[in-house]
Design a protein. Sequence first.
Lengths: 287, 198
Amino acid sequence: MIQNLHVRKKEENRFSLNRRQRKLVTSIVAAIVLLGVVVVGALLDEERIATNLIARNLAPSFDHLFGTDWLGRDMFARTIMGLSLSVKVGLIGAIGSTSIALILGMAAATMGRVADRLISWLIDLFLSVPHLVTLILIAFTLGGGFKGIVIGLVLTHWPSLARVIRAEVMQIRSAEYVQISKQLGKSKGWIAVHHILPHLTPQILIGFMLMFPHVILHESAVTFIGLGLSPHEPAIGIILSESMKYLSAGMWWLAFYPGLCLLMIVQTFDRIGENLRLLLDPSKSND
Amino acid sequence: MRLEAKNIGFRYGNGPWLFQHTNLTVEPGEIVGLTGPSGRGKTTFCRILSGYEKPPEGKVTIGGLPIISKGMHPVQLVFQHPEKAVNPRWKMGKVLNEGGRPDLELLDLLGIEQEWLTRWPGELSGGELQRFCVARALGAGTRFLIADEMTTMLDAITQAQIWHAVIEIARKREMGIIVVSHEAKLVERLCHRVIELH
C-alpha cells in the first residue's frame, strides 16, 4: 500500500513543472488563444453574419453556438469578429500610447528642467481627469468612428506609464556608468539608446501588456454609449448596446456570451502581463 | 602637456566653501599622491579635475589650454566601486570597448581573460570588474589617470597586480597619475610626491 503510493508520486513528478515553467506555459497558451481569436476573426467572411430572417431569435444550440439575434445573424460569428476588432483596436491604442509614454518620459528626464516641468504638468493634467471623460471628449470631437476612437485611446492612456518611465530614467541618468560614458566622449543620444533604453524594456513591455485590457474595455465602453465605432461594424460594445433592448424580451444570450468573451479576453491579456512581470523581475524570479 | 588646476574652489549651492584657492600641477609621467581625512573634498577635487563637476571658481587646463568638453576627456577617473561603474545590462566585452578598443597587451598586463568578455557583470568578482574599469579608462586619448581609492576594496595580491600594470603603462605612455588613498604605505611606495589635503 505504502509502496504503491510512493510509485504514483514519482510518476506525477516526472510531468510536473516548477512554477516558473508553468507561468511560461500558461503565457504561451494565452498568447495562442489571443492570436487565434484575431486570425479566426479575420478569416470569417461577412456572409456568416448576413441577416437570415428565417432563423431569428434562436436560443443557443449546436447550429448557432451563441444563438441568433433579431435579424437572424449568428451571434458566435459576430462575437468572434467583434473580439478580433477589439484586439486590433487595443493593439493599436496600446502601442501608440506606450510610444507616447516612452518619448515623453525620456524627454522629461533628459531635456532639462523646463521640459520636465511641462511634461510633469501634462501628466498631472491628464491624470486629474478620468480616462473615460477625456476619451469621450476626444472621440466625440474627432467625429467618432474607428479613427476617432483610436486617436482618443492613444492620447489618453499614456500618463501613468510616462511617469514610471520618467522616474526610471532619472535614476539611471545619475548612475556612475552613465557619467563615465559621458566622460568617455559618448553623445546624449548614444547614451539614451545604449545605456538607458535596455533598462526600460521590462517597464515598457509590462506597461504595454497591462494597458491593453484597459484600452479594450474603454473602447467597448465608448462604443456602448454610441460615440465610438459605427453601428454596422461587429464590435463588442455595439453588440452589447444593441442587445440591451432585447434583454427584457428574454433573449439573454445576446448580451451574455459576448460580454463573457470580452471579459475572458481581457483576463487573458492581464494574465500574460502579470506572468511576464513575474518572469522578468529579477527580485521575483523565485516566486 | 602638464595638467594644471588653478585657484579651484568648490561649494554646494550657496553653502560654505569646501575648499578654496587650491592649486595642483601634475607633469606627464609623474605620480602624485593625494591624502587627507574623509570629507575634505578629495573625491570632489578629482571629479573637478576629470570634468565630472564644473568648479564655481578657478579653472583646469592641460598644456595651458582649457579642456574641450566634447569627445573623450584626457583626464580619466577610476571610481572606488566597480559594480556601480559598469552597466549591469551590458556584457563585459561592450563595457571594455566603450572608450575604444584596448590592445591585447594591456588586457594581458591587467590579467583580463578573453573568456570574461562574454560574461555579465554579475558573474565577475569586484577585482575582476575593477580591471575592466581600469582598462576602459586607459584609452588612447587618456593623458592623466586619477585613481580615486581604486584598489581600496581589493586584496593585496590583486592590488599589486593592477598597480604594476598601471605603472608600466604610465611609464610607456608618459602618462600622469593621481593616486587618492588612505593607505599611507601604498601612497609612499607609488608616488613621487604626496600632497595632503587639510
